[in-house]
Design a protein around this ligand. Sequence first.
Ligand code: ASP
Length: 302
Amino acid sequence: MISIIVHGGAWDIPDDAVESHYKGVEHALDVGWKILKLGGNAVDAVEQAVQIMENNETFDAGYGSHLNQLGEVELDASIMDGKTIRCGAVAAVHHIKNPITLARKIMDESEHILLVGNGAEQYAKEHGITICESTELVTQRERDRWETLRTKKEFKTKDAFKKLVRPSDTVGVVALDQYGNICTGTSTGGTPNKYPGRVGDSPLIGCGTYADNEVGGVSTTGWGEAMIKVVMAKTVIDLMEMNGSNPQKAAERGIEILHRKADGFGGVIALNKQGGFGIAFNTPRMARAYMNIDMNKPFIAV
Ligand code: ASP
């Protein structure tokens, strides 16, 4: 079996942004799928597919991410290899075009798991990861959004997700390769107008990302503060492990727990070790796509 599942955020994606989300997850899926099809490994498929979405301004990851209260892009990402349960993560970086690649470098070469801010960027420089100007990651769309949000003092992240009017365009990928290895990666610019230094669920292993060859892989998107409270990704993994590995049931149950216990909104993708899929969200829309060797063509929906 080879199998891959991709998400590009769960929120009230406006009608005029549906096509770009559709094409964005389709492209990422295609890149990851080709790597798996050619016998490549799950870690490469995840890194490359996440990179595609980080480079696509549609999504809240890498280029085009939401700005924090100071008007800066501040990025988080994580990756986990289910074969070894090794993982790597970065948070609050400003000069990294592809944070997923830095997270992978930390996973592969560092004794640590999570590096933040200046330390993460120093590690990037020492290990040949491309550094960019922070302004290179900013788009006019996000500048305009920031101008609007900063004047709305009543705006709270929690309410934003509750009212389902604010973007949540984090990206994530889970892949299973022909060697039976599962990898998960997640990358985000976080929530719009976030407090500087705020870190959400995406770079936290167990909250935004988890992978374990014995069970499967999970990536999340949505209101990070709620996701952290219920340790969302690992919760869904545990549900899969306990419930005979049914990824759809585990994803649905995870979203139910998120909503009931933490009043949270968002979405989750899950893949089990047999290559089966689970997707659940309690937002109006979620950009998602998947493909496995048993399918003639990919499933893609927004
Ligand atoms: N979960 C991300 C965060 O809270 C946001 C998102 O999924 O769009 O940082």
